[in-house]
Each structure stands twice: as structure tokens, then as C-alpha cells.
Design a protein around this ligand. Structure first.
Ligand code: AMP
Length: 441
């Protein structure tokens, strides 16, 4: 597949390309995405998660209230539009705030708690496109809403690792941290700010800016100039209150018991500012190596607890919750990714050949019998000659052909041809599904 760096056509004669940072998914690439989404959904379903789909467009305030404008994805990267009725909408840049919005607007508080939901779909961020970074990308997300218990934090991490494992990513690096609750996080924020203020002259302009708008984000800085300051910065786990410490300890005990290998990264804060207590990020084994060489390992996914987000979105009380999202595009780009095949899209093993107008008229009846029997077929209904159609079947490497000619139309039969030895059998139309099901594949 061609990659388009520009997304514009330079002259009127060239065909239009998809917008910069977006891609068409065609052929195997589409199947790879579909296969991954099906496998991830299957795992989530086995663990009791239910599918939820929210609109791609949301009211802008779902993100401005939920995440604050000081986060990059809201302040700099969100695509917004004004409708003809003057509503301000946004193309969703992430999945958690919409899920909490749906939890509240659908009255999910009334359901047994916690509500465990999974989702898959496209997300949009106006970022500079590069390898593994697109303007339209796909995430698979898991959320547990309505419980503060640390076992759910561990379950979410475990499921992410399980899903990655099914996709061939065997040794993901899981990094964890705890940011604490409203109370202890405040103390930490003050300490961190005062530490960075002392070093204000040594850090980059962006860090100085973040210090004012969203101090925890200074720890997301990738500028080598700021690395030594970041290294010696105070870490949030040293400031956790007794309850948060207990929560973090339990979370790690569950991870140990669930066989998840992880390491504590004291400077992991993640880009979104709704997180409290647990945060985590997953980097693939291979991209960690790649990243060590290039200095920028790409995260395959991450998440955390967001106990106060529901209130920011209008809930009268807090809804403690934990979630994660996996970056599907990046998983599919990982060197160790092993394609997962979609279940409903089967490669046809039978090619249907029709000869003559009467056979063309009858062809829909035959293909419909096969569809009802769940036997997928390939065909070339617009073609006329036997040679051409057999040629296409050979190219597609199907083991069998069904041939419907003038005589077969009159007799109510078809010919089934085995491509390997060219042997042919005449079969009554009503017996065809049964006959095909017993063929050797
Ligand atoms: P976030 O919502 O920022 O926590 O992102 C979760 C995951 O989505 C990341 O770990 C990435 O794998 C993926 N992701 C985020 N932004 C992009 C992007 N612009 N292009 C492709 N994948 C992305």
C-alpha cells in the first residue's frame, strides 16, 4: 500500500488522496485491523466486558471539562467544528471521557456496579504524522466504571498484556506509577513545582510553560536538555497517603499474582490530566529495543484510574473508574506482530462459473443457496467464457469450482470441479450445500 505524505493533489489531473495523517485500509491491511479487533473483543467478552459504541462526534465540552484545555490533546490537537445550529462539537481525540459521558447519560449508575465496557474505533488528533503517529488512528479500549478496587486496575493491565500476547507481542514492558488521590497529589504537585521552579533556567521553554498550566506534565518532556532535571525530580509515590499507598501495593500484588512483569517508573504521569492513583503504559519488547537506538520508544497502550472524571462531566458524585486503551495501529506496526484473521471474513474456497445468459439469470439463486449454507464463494459474474473464468479461479488458487451451464440450468444441477485433478461431478442443486460441506479442504 502506498503511503501518502501530503494528502493533497498537486494538479487537477491527479486523483484525490486521503487527508494527511489518515489512511485507506484495503485488502490484508483491513483484515489485520478487523482480526485484531475481533480477538481483543473476544478476550474482553470472556472477562465479562460488554461492547459500547459512542458517537465519533461529541460536544466539545466532554473533552474540555473532562481533560482540561491544558492537555495537548485538547489544547493543541483536537479537531473541532461548529454546527449550523452553533453547537461546538469535536472529533473524539480519546475514548475514556465519551465512555464516562455515556455512562452518565445512559443512566448506567443504576446497573450493577462496576460497569465493564470495551470499545474499538477511530480517534482523531491533529498531530504531526510520522511512523506510528497518525491524525486518524484506532484504539481498542477497556473501562471498569463504578469501583475503586485495585483488583480492577490489575485486571485491566492483565487484559492489555493478554491481548498483546495474542497479537504476537510476547514481552511487553509494563511501566506503572501512582499519582495519588486529590489530597496527596496536591502535595506532590506543590513539591514538583517548587523543584522545577528552582531549575527553571535549566529546562526548556515548554517545561516552563507546563509548570504554569499543568505542572505534572513536565515529566512527559522528552527534551534531552531537561533529562537530568527530570531524573532527580521528586516522585509521586514518595508523597502517597496511607490509603493510596495501600491501593498501589495491592495493585502490584495482584499483578505479581497474575504473572504480569512490570517496573515502577516514578516519572510516568501520562498526557491526560484526569488520572488519579494508578497509571500505566506498555511498550513492546521490540519497540523498547528500537527506541533505545532511536531514543523514542513508542507506547502501544496505556491507561489509569480516573476517579474524579465523572464529576467533571456533571455527575453529582464521583464514579471511581479504571481504564486503558491500546493503540491498534502501533500494535500492527510492531515487528513481532502476528496477524490475527477475522472470523466472519473467510477466504472463499469455491469459485462459481456461469456460462450463457440462462445461467447468469439462475446464478443469484445458486449463490443465495450457498450463502444460506454459510459457504463463501468467489465469482466473476460479468465474464462469459469458461477459459477466462477458470483462469481467474486458478489465479485465486481455489480448490473447487462450481460450473453452471445451459444444460445444468435445465436439469437443476451444477458441476463441481476439483481443480487439482480436474475431476468433475454433477450434483443436484438442492444437494449442493451438503455435497460441498463434505469435500476435503
Ligand atoms: P493515549 O490515549 O494518548 O493514552 O494513547 C493510547 C495509545 O493510543 C498510545 O499508547 C498509542 O499506542 C496510541 N496512539 C495515541 N496517539 C496516537 C496517534 N496519533 N497515532 C497512532 N496511535 C496513537
Amino acid at each position: 500500500m502506498t503511503s501518502h505524505s501530503q494528502g493533497k493533489r498537486s494538479s487537477r489531473k491527479e486523483p484525490l488522496l486521503p487527508p494527511k495523517g489518515t489512511r485507506d485500509l484495503v485488502g490484508n491491511e483491513y483484515l489485520n485491523y478487523q482480526g485484531f479487533a475481533e480477538k481483543a473483543a473476544e478476550i474482553a467478552l470472556y472477562y465479562g466486558f460488554k461492547p459500547v459504541e459512542t458517537p465519533i462526534l461529541e460536544h466539545e465540552e466532554v473533552f474540555t471539562s473532562g481533560l482540561s484545555s491544558a492537555t495537548d490533546i485538547v489544547g493543541k490537537e483536537m479537531y473541532t467544528l461548529r454546527t449550523k445550529g452553533s453547537d461546538r462539537l469535536a472529533l473524539r481525540p480519546e475514548g475514556t471521557a465519551p465512555l464516562v459521558r455515556a455512562y452518565l447519560s445512559e443512566g448506567m449508575q443504576a446497573l450493577p456496579q462496576p460497569v465493564m465496557a470495551y470499545y474499538y474505533g477511530p480517534y482523531f488528533r491533529h498531530d504531526n504524522p510520522q511512523r506510528g503517529r497518525y491524525r486518524e488512528f484506532r484504539q481498542f479500549g477497556l473501562e471498569v466504571m463504578g469501583s475503586p478496587k485495585s483488583i480492577y486496575d490489575a485486571l485491566i493491565v492483565r487484559l492489555c498484556v493478554t491481548i498483546l500476547g495474542e497479537a504476537g507481542i510476547k514481552n511487553p514492558c509494563v511501566e506503572v506509577n501512582s499519582l495519588g488521590c486529590k489530597e496527596c497529589r496536591e502535595g506532590y504537585r506543590r513539591e514538583l513545582s517548587s523543584y522545577y521552579r528552582k531549575h527553571a533556567k535549566e529546562v526548556c521553554a515548554e517545561c516552563r510553560e507546563r509548570l504554569k498550566s499543568n505542572p505534572l506534565r513536565v515529566l512527559d518532556c522528552k527534551n534531552p536538555k531537561c533529562a537530568p532535571i527530570k531524573e532527580s525530580a521528586p516522585e509521586s509515590i514518595a508523597y502517597l497517603c496511607t490509603e493510596c499507598k495501600k491501593h498501589f501495593k495491592e495493585f502490584m500484588e495482584y499483578l505479581d499474582e497474575m504473572d504480569v512483569t512490570y517496573r515502577i517508573n516514578g516519572s510516568l504521569v501520562r498526557g491526560l490530566d484526569y488520572y488519579s492513583r494508578t497509571v500505566f503504559e506498555i511498550i513492546s519488547g521490540d519497540s523498547a529495543e528500537e527506541g533505545a537506538e532511536s531514543g523514542s520508544a513508542l507506547a502501544l497502550g496505556g491507561g489509569g484510574r480516573y476517579d474524579y472524571l465523572a464529576r467533571a462531566l456533571g455527575s453529582k458524585k464521583d464514579v471511581p473508574a479504571m481504564g486503558a486503551s491500546l493503540g491498534v495501529d502501533r500494535i500492527l506496526l510492531s515487528p513481532s506482530y502476528t496477524p490475527l484473521h477475522p472470523r466472519i471474513i473467510k477466504k472463499p474456497e469455491i469459485f462459481f462459473i456461469q456460462l450463457g445468459f440462462d445461467a447468469k439469470l439462475r446464478s443469484f439463486q445458486v449463490t443465495e443457496i450457498l450463502r444460506k449454507a454459510r459457504i463463501p464463494i468467489a465469482h466473476s459474474l460479468g465474464k462469459d467464457s469458461l477459459g477466462t473464468q477458470l483462469g481467474i479461479a486458478e489465479k485465486m488458487d481455489v480448490p473447487y469450482c462450481i460450473i453452471l451451464g445451459q444444460k445444468e440450468v435445465i436439469d437443476g444441477t451444477v458441476i463441481v470441479r476439483t481443480m487439482a485433478n480436474r475431476s468433475q461431478d454433477t450434483v443436484k442443486l438442492e444437494k449442493l450445500p451438503e455435497y460441498l460441506k463434505h469435500l476435503k479442504r
